[in-house]
Design a binder for this molecule. Structure first.
Ligand SMILES: NC(=O)c1ccc[n+]([C@@H]2O[C@H](COP(=O)([O-])OP(=O)(O)OC[C@H]3O[C@@H](n4cnc5c(N)ncnc54)[C@H](OP(=O)(O)O)[C@@H]3O)[C@@H](O)[C@H]2O)c1
Length: 296
């Protein structure tokens, strides 16, 4: 890579996704200047020792962000996990976008959500849609990565299903094109380090949309223990998640994903991971097989 190329900047660099994106940039874009923003610079000594410029940045402190984004040519804004107050996260993302623009960034990559528009039944979709709208209005080049639900998170729900013999939720017959967090990191790193200068929104999905009945069947096959799928309504699913130990706000959020999934809003299958990274996305079944021990 030529040193005349501008710096690549990644926010949320101590989070799972942000950290992995930077590792991939170091592997795949050697010689390219990489800037890591995080609220916790002390956690990123590993990246600093590999030549990454680590800077402190908190989207809640908008007046400090101009310096944090200085000299960045292409920026990945990783959506935050600030969900406790409606609108807070959107404000955070707008502050980051404003700082990136003021710093002269030419291209913004953002981690959005599948089907994020006003039709979405997911309670946190308005944050993503609002951020997308702000990015579109900014006039900057952009790549909106509409990440579907992480395959990885199935390993929170499925062990309980294996234990009880029943996978119970409100997705019904709705199929979901789960995508691994690793594939989300790979496509984000590819989009950030590419030369693409236009404007695009990409669905980021696994290779196929899978139903809960298929998940139950794979659990049965991989563990040798019979697991059946039982569809319930969203209120019953919420109660079940709370009874199982999930905090009520998380259970209520998950129930809105179930409503969205049941309506087919999370079923789109896209070639974007293959096209941008040159490698097919991982399948749900392969992920479950690779993590067979975690299923119980
Ligand atoms: N597709 C899915 O299924 C799925 C699931 C969960 C989450 N997500 C979304 O995808 C994002 C990345 O996923 P992940 O697995 O990497 O989540 P994670 O490990 O929980 O990371 C949370 C991220 O939020 C950042 N953050 C929180 N508050 C911030 C603030 N005030 N200013 C700047 N950054 C802030 C953190 O950055 P620092 O700690 O480095 O400052 C960190 O990168 C999540 O934050 C969430 O928006 C998607």
């Amino acid at each position: 890579m030529s040193n005349t190329q501008g710096a690549l900047l990644v926010t949320g660099a101590s989070g799972h996704l942000g950290h992995r994106v930077i590792e991939l940039l170091l592997e795949n874009a050697p010689g390219r200047q990489v800037i890591a923003l995080t609220r916790s610079p002390s956690k990123l000594a590993d990246l600093a020792s590999r030549g990454v410029e680590v800077r402190a940045a908190d989207f809640d402190q908008a007046d400090t962000l101009a310096a944090a984004f200085a000299d960045a040519e292409r920026v990945l804004i990783v959506s935050t996990d600030a969900l406790e107050r409606p609108g807070h996260r959107l404000q955070q993302h707008r502050s980051a976008l404003k700082a990136a623009r003021a710093a002269g960034a030419k291209h913004v990559v953002y981690t959005s959500l599948t089907t994020p528009g006003p039709e979405s039944l997911v309670s946190l979709a308005p944050d993503h849609w609002g951020t997308e709208e702000s990015i579109r209005e900014s006039g900057l080049g952009h790549t909106l990565l509409r990440n579907n639900m992480y395959t990885d998170y199935l390993l929170f729900a499925l062990p309980h299903a294996v234990q009880t013999g029943k996978l119970v939720n409100a997705y019904g017959a709705g199929a979901i094109s789960y995508v691994t967090r690793e594939d989300c990191a790979r496509i984000a790193a590819a989009a950030l380090s590419s030369e693409f200068s236009g404007k695009r929104a990409l669905d980021v999905t696994g290779p196929a949309a899978v139903t809960q009945a298929e998940l139950a069947a794979w659990c049965t096959e991989l563990t040798g223990r019979k697991v059946e799928y039982l569809a319930v309504d969203a209120a019953s699913a919420t109660q079940g998640m709370i009874a199982g130990g999930l905090p009520a706000p998380v259970a209520e959020l998950m129930a809105t994903f179930m409503l969205s999934g049941a309506k087919g809003q999370l079923s789109v299958v896209s070639p974007a991971v293959q096209e941008l990274t040159g490698k097919a996305p991982g399948s749900v079944r392969d992920h479950l097989a690779a993590n067979r021990a975690a299923l119980g």
